[in-house]
Design a protein around this ligand. Structure first.
Ligand SMILES: [Zn+2]
Length: 401
């Protein structure tokens, strides 16, 4: 370490520190100093133990910055007349005129992404409804503008959320094909369990991915009814169309209600086809089994999936809308829920699921990190204190929400 290190508490927005420390870093013993050059981490070394001077106790835990895998940015903060009683109830209330307010969509989405940035995320993926009749206006346009406005501080991916039978409508699919081809959306998605011809919707979605080269992120089996299982069919489609490594399955609630053998065999197929599973503990827990005695909790079996080799990511999903009444958008809150409700006790697994597979910081990687004012991961997850977010070695946000 050549330069004196900057204490995290002295960092402010716009700073490009050459070295930060002392900090705690997962998997590294004792206080560390992180050296940064040209946007990359060049070294992580023990804080120098100078003769006669004791090493100050680190105030911050340095983690890989978060990659939020699943949001609905155009719906965020619209509020709701009451908490949802089921997923179908949330969809029905959300389809009413007050469930989606087009005029303020850009402003609300910016607020959502900025909140996540302050909370430590440098990447985020949002599902944006496209053409169903019950929604106002082409939302992709304003979401595309927000994506562009924020590109210096956050990498945003937009998923064409093709719902309400748009995937089996010829005119709509040709519009989707055009929009995906010109990059208006970076991924194709939908919720085929709620379409009238679910299998045809899946085939159409996979076909669009093949023809346009985009990736897929599909809400799948967000239900607890085994008769509605679609995952096996979707896996057949991924396999036959050779989309290995290009598909994410979001929610997968039904995996929590199938027999263990069947769940494991689906998990092994997912691992073999490079599927990523995005779990959303908060909405999964809210939207299912309302007023059911001994409720199943609808959370995909995170540890089983990881044991079988599946990549699991944890997402915030809905924020203060008809699907979820809570206004927080915090990756650490989602990690807390996964630890409590999904017994995700392993630190490396948990951090990986919040940071797109990065379990700690390593030299040679991009300096995308979040410094959380906490001593331990459990403290960070439960207290959720203020943070400093860095992208490419630059402080892009600091403070707390
Ligand atoms: Zn969703």
């Amino acid at each position: 370490m050549k330069e004196p290190s900057t204490h995290p508490q002295r960092l402010a927005e716009g700073d490009r520190p050459a070295a930060i420390g002392p900090v705690k870093v997962p998997e590294y013993p004792g206080p560390q100093v992180i050296s940064i050059r040209r946007g990359f981490i060049t070294e992580i070394q023990p804080f120098p133990d100078r003769l006669g001077r004791s090493v100050p106790e680190p105030s911050h835990l340095a983690m890989p910055s978060f990659a939020e895998p699943h949001l609905h940015p155009d719906r965020a903060y619209v509020g709701s007349p009451r908490p949802p009683r089921s997923l179908d109830d949330a969809i029905e209330v959300g389809a009413r005129p007050e469930g989606y307010i087009a005029d303020t969509a850009a402003e609300r989405a910016r607020r959502l992404f900025s909140t996540l940035l302050t909370n430590g995320a440098t990447r985020a993926r949002g599902h944006v409804g496209c053409y169903p009749e019950h929604v106002a206006g082409p939302r992709w346009k304003v979401m595309g503008e927000v994506r562009e406005q924020m590109k210096e501080v956050m990498e945003i991916e937009l998923v064409a959320f093709a719902v309400v039978d748009t995937l089996t409508d010829r005119e709509e699919t040709s519009r989707l094909h055009r929009d995906l081809s010109i990059g208006r959306y970076q991924l194709i998605g939908g919720s085929p369990n709620h379409d009238s011809r679910p299998r045809d919707s899946i085939s159409s979605m996979m076909e669009l991915a093949v023809r346009t080269g985009v990736e897929v992120d599909v809400h799948i089996d967000e239900t607890l009814d085994p008769a509605r299982l679609l995952m096996d069919f979707a896996l057949d489609e991924v396999e036959s169309r050779r989309l290995e490594g290009r598909v994410s399955f979001s929610h997968c609630c039904l995996l929590s209600a199938l027999p263990e053998q069947q769940t494991r065999s689906l998990a092994r197929r997912m691992a073999g086809l490079g599927i990523t599973v995005n779990c959303q503990p908060r909405t999964n827990l809210i939207l299912h089994e309302y007023r059911v005695h001994s409720p199943r909790r609808a959370l995909a079996p995170i540890n089983l999936l990881i044991d079988e080799g599946v990549h699991v990511r944890l997402g915030v999903d809905n924020v203060d809308d008809t699907f979820c009444p809570f206004p927080t958008a915090d990756t650490l809150e989602v990690g807390y829920l996964a630890r409590v409700a999904g017994h995700l006790y392993d630190d490396a697994r948990l951090i990986s699921s919040l940071s797109d597979g990065r379990s700690t910081l390593r030299s040679g990687e991009k300096a995308d990190l979040t410094l959380v004012e906490a001593n331990t991961l459990n403290e960070a997850l439960s207290i959720r204190p203020g943070r400093i977010t860095m992208r490419n070695g630059v402080v892009v946000a600091s403070g707390s929400n």
